[in-house]
Design a protein around this ligand. Sequence first.
Ligand code: HEC
Ligand code: HEC
Length: 255
Amino acid sequence: MISALRLSALLLALLTLAGLAQAEEIASGSTFLSPEMRRQQDDPNRNPAWFWVDQGEGLFARKPASGEACLGCHADPVASLRGAATRYPQVEEASGKLLNLEGRIEQCRTERQHAPAFGYESAELLSLTAYVASLSRGLPMSVRADGPARPFYEAGKAFFERRQGQLNLSCQQCHDGLVGQKLRGDTISHGAGTGYPAYRLEWNTVGSLHRRLRACSLGVRATQFDYGSPEYLALELYLADRAKGLPVETPALRR
Ligand code: HEC
Ligand code: HEC
């Protein structure tokens, strides 16, 4: 295990070499996969994340005791929910709350199906989110960062740029400043996050974007916020805005 101090020194040396963070075009996380992983990701028979998508499709059609199936209200989801994932996170007008796709699905679950919430990172919510997001595959991310979303966007941007943790590193220093550099066998990407929920080999399962964010927070020994926390939701909006125009790639495969 590499010590925090050594890692910090190594990264600072790399940052000095890389010079000032350049405002280049953002590329998707898949661009930074090895060719073999890329092939595995793109082959539905070899990318285990598709199992979750299939589970999600099954759940979508299942009627809970308390109300309608998702399918009962969202008929022909391949058409009716196509593109939905590209617009999340988004501010819900009525409540002024920022909702990501997981939050929106939980809302339908509790308020429209009158059933108990699945819970963040439950197999059910991951499957349904992966399924709904997969219906937007190939469509460009198109969140709104203006109007009521502006304060959330600003909070996310400030989070992204703030140095934090024992290593005193910002998200930006790695995901802008060190893009393309190797870190513990990974190639640092722009942190676009357009393939989540994704199957990560290290997890041996599918996980949400917030699970990945928690891993990055831990990596710099900073506070790990809760799944669905306001901090990570704002960050998710900022990342989605940075990734505007990039195609949805859910379900992705990651190391
Ligand atoms: C009783 C009807 C009903 C049920 C059951 C229902 N929904 Fe919804 N859902 C809606 C309505 C109505 C909206 C639109 C709300 C709005 O736009 O303000 C919506 C919105 C959504 C959206 C956002 C679409 C967009 O374009 O932003 C998603 C995703 C979604 N539902 C998924 C689900 C899932 C998954 C389930 C099952 C767990 C489910 N819904 C169950 C009625 C329902
Ligand atoms: C020490 C460098 C470092 C810092 C600081 C860091 N990350 Fe990461 N991050 C990584 C590495 C390495 C990966 C895995 C390779 C990749 O996809 O970039 C990763 C992955 C990600 C991913 C997944 C990308 C994908 O497509 O799978 C996102 C999103 C992300 N980081 C966001 C953040 C955010 C937001 C912060 C700040 C809270 C942050 N990271 C801080 C190194 C870092």
